[in-house]
Design a binder for this molecule. Structure first.
Ligand code: SF4
Ligand code: SF4
Length: 62
């Protein structure tokens, strides 16, 4: 299966900036790992708003 949104859980600080930016509301903080995660990849608009705001380059759109 193609992964559209990939998140590096080591780099991610859980700051939540990408969540605020995401127009599709598919990003959230996973309470177990306290890092960002995706609900429904298929709803991603692939515009990369999350990539632009991530301060550590942890989220990538392909
Ligand atoms: S590319 Fe857009 S829709 Fe997809 S996860 Fe990032 S901000 Fe959300
Ligand atoms: S903006 Fe980057 S560091 Fe912050 S929660 Fe999103 S992926 Fe993680």
């Amino acid at each position: 299966m193609n992964e559209i949104v990939s998140i590096d859980k080591v780099l991610c600080t859980g700051c939540g900036l990408c969540i605020q930016k995401c127009p599709q509301k598919i990003l959230y903080i996973n309470r177990k790992t306290m890092t960002c995660d995706v609900t429904d990849q298929s709803k991603c608009d692939r515009q990369g708003g999350c990539e632009e705001v991530c301060p550590v380059g942890a989220i990538k759109i392909s």
